[in-house]
Design a protein around this ligand. Structure first.
Ligand SMILES: Cc1cc2nc3c(=O)[nH]c(=O)nc-3n(C[C@H](O)[C@H](O)[C@H](O)COP(=O)(O)OP(=O)(O)OC[C@H]3O[C@@H](n4cnc5c(N)ncnc54)[C@H](O)[C@@H]3O)c2cc1C
Length: 381
C-alpha cells in the first residue's frame, strides 16, 4: 500500500500488552475486524514488570461483580508452562527486619512468555497483530471529520480506537498533551534486576529507607532466580536508582544477571477513560494499584470491558461511557482504597523510625494487609 493510502479498520488497538491482547481477543471472537499495532518487534520483550501474575482467586477477591463473568474466569486459566513459581505467600518487612505474612494467589512467570501467549490467543481468535509498527501521530481531517492514526508504516482510519499503550498513555498524550483528565498521574520510576542467588520462596516487600515513599521487592521465579526491584516516588531518593538497587542486591548476596525498568502510574484512574470513540484501558487509563504497583489483572479486565462496550454499542446502541461506569463499579473501590494507602504512605513514612512505629501499630490490626490487598485502610473509618 502506498504511503498516502488510508487503510480502514473497525477497531484499532494500540499496544499488545495484556490489556490490548485481551481486548482484541474478546472483539475478534465476536467477528469484529480488529488490528493491533505494537511497536516492539517481539511482544512482551523486554519485560517491564516484576512478573507476579495474579490467579483468578486473587482477582475476584479484590474486585467486585466479576464472579459470574465466565469469559474472564476462563481467560485467567493460564497453562502450567507459564507458571515458574507459585506465589502463595507475601512478607512485608519493616525497617527493623520484622515481617508480616499474608496469603497471595499468584505465580511468577516470564512476561515474554505470558504476553506472547495472550497475543497468540488473540491471533487465534481472528485479530491481526502488526509488530514493529509504532503509532506516531493522530491527524485530524476536518473535511471528513475523522481522525487518522499515523504509524511508522502507514495511515489508518477506524471506527473505534483502544489506547492500550501502557503507562504513558500515548493516544491520550497525542490528543490532549499534559491534560491530566486523560493521562495517568504520579508516574513512579522503577528499576529491577533479574538476580541469581539464595532467593526466598515468598514475594517479599521491604519498606523504609531502602525505598523512601515506595518499596523494594523480591519476586522469586525459581529455586535460585528472582526479580528484585525498587520503586520510589520521583525525586525522593538521592542518586541513581540502579546504584541503590545494586547495593540492595549486594547486601542480600545476589548476583545481577540483567536489568529492566519502567514507569508505574500510581495516581489512580484517569478522570476520562472514554474520549469520543477512543477507550483507554489498563495502564493507559491509570488502572494500576497505587499501593502495590500491580496492573496485569486490571489491564485484562478493562480490555474485556472495553470490548464488550463496543459490542453493546454496535448491537444495541448503548453509549461507550458504559465502559467507564463498569470499570469504576468493579475496580473503583479497590483502586480508591489502594490510592488512600499510598497517599498515607507518602504523608507519614518519612524516615525509618516513624515508618517502623506506624507499621508496628498498623500491622497487628491488619493495616498492612489491607493496604496490600487494597481494602479500606485500617486508619480510615
Ligand atoms: C518495573 C515494573 C514492575 C511491575 N510489576 C508488576 C507485577 O509484578 N505484577 C503486576 O500485575 N503488574 C506489575 N507491573 C505493572 C504491569 O506491568 C502493568 O500494569 C501491565 O503491563 C499493564 O498492561 P497494559 O496492557 O495496560 O500495558 P503494557 O503491558 O505496558 O503494554 C503496552 C504496550 O503498548 C506498546 N506501545 C506503547 N506505545 C506504543 C506506540 N506508540 N505504538 C505501538 N505500540 C505501543 C508497548 O510496546 C507495550 O507492548 C509492573 C510495572 C513495572 C514498570
Amino acid at each position: 500500500m502506498g504511503r498516502k493510502e488510508v487503510e480502514h479498520r473497525q477497531v484499532i488497538v494500540v499496544g499488545a500488552g495484556p490489556g490490548g491482547s485481551a481486548c482484541a481477543q474478546r472483539l475478534a471472537e465476536d467477528g469484529i475486524d480488529v488490528l493491533v499495532i505494537e511497536r516492539r518487534e517481539i511482544v512482551g520483550n523486554p519485560a517491564q514488570c516484576g512478573e507476579c501474575i495474579p490467579n483468578w482467586g486473587e482477582v475476584v477477591g479484590t474486585f467486585s461483580n466479576l464472579d459470574d463473568h465466565q469469559w474472564l474466569k476462563d481467560y485467567f486459566e493460564f497453562p502450567d508452562r507459564l507458571r515458574l513459581h507459585d506465589l502463595d505467600n507475601m512478607r512485608v518487612f519493616l525497617p527493623s527486619g520484622k515481617a508480616y505474612h499474608f496469603d497471595l494467589d499468584a505465580f511468577a512467570g516470564h512476561r515474554l512468555h505470558f504476553d506472547g501467549f495472550l497475543c497468540d490467543k488473540a491471533i487465534h481468535a481472528g485479530a491481526e497483530i502488526r509488530t514493529g509498527e509504532a503509532m506516531m501521530r493522530i491527524q485530524h481531517q476536518s473535511k471528513l471529520d475523522r481522525d487518522l492514526l499515523v504509524t511508522s508504516n502507514g495511515r489508518y482510519s477506524f471506527d473505534f480506537l483502544i489506547d492500550a499503550s501502557g503507562s504513558l498513555a500515548h493516544v491520550g498524550r497525542l490528543r490532549h498533551g499534559e491534560d491530566e483528565r486523560y493521562r495517568p498521574k504520579d508516574q513512579v520510576p522503577t528499576v529491577y534486576a533479574q538476580v541469581q542467588g539464595k532467593v526466598p520462596e515468598t514475594f517479599d516487600v521491604f519498606l523504609g529507607s531502602v525505598a523512601p515513599s515506595g518499596y523494594a521487592w523480591i519476586i522469586p521465579k525459581g529455586p535460585d532466580t528472582a526479580n528484585v526491584g525498587l520503586g520510589v516516588r520521583a525525586g525522593y531518593l538521592k542518586g541513581n536508582l540502579k546504584d541503590h538497587l545494586t547495593e540492595f542486591c549486594d547486601s542480600l548476596g545476589f548476583e545481577i544477571l540483567s536489568w529492566g525498568g519502567g514507569w508505574i502510574p500510581m495516581g489512580g484512574p484517569v478522570k476520562t477513560m472514554v474520549d469520543g470513540t477512543t477507550l483507554a484501558i489498563g495502564d493507559a487509563a491509570g488502572l494500576v494499584m497505587p499501593s502495590n504497583g500491580g496492573g496485569i489483572s486490571q489491564a485484562i479486565i478493562s480490555g474485556c470491558f472495553a470490548a464488550e462496550a463496543i459490542l453493546d454499542n454496535l448491537r444495541e446502541g448503548t453509549t461507550l461511557e458504559a465502559y467507564e461506569t463498569r470499570v469504576r463499579a468493579s475496580m473503583g473501590r479497590a483502586l480508591k482504597n489502594s490510592l488512600r494507602s499510598k497517599n498515607m504512605g507518602y504523608a507519614f513514612f518519612k524516615g525509618d523510625l516513624i515508618t517502623e512505629t506506624l507499621l508496628r501499630i498498623l500491622g497487628p490490626i491488619g493495616g498492612i494487609k489491607r493496604a496490600m490487598e487494597c481494602d479500606k485502610p485500617a486508619w480510615l473509618f
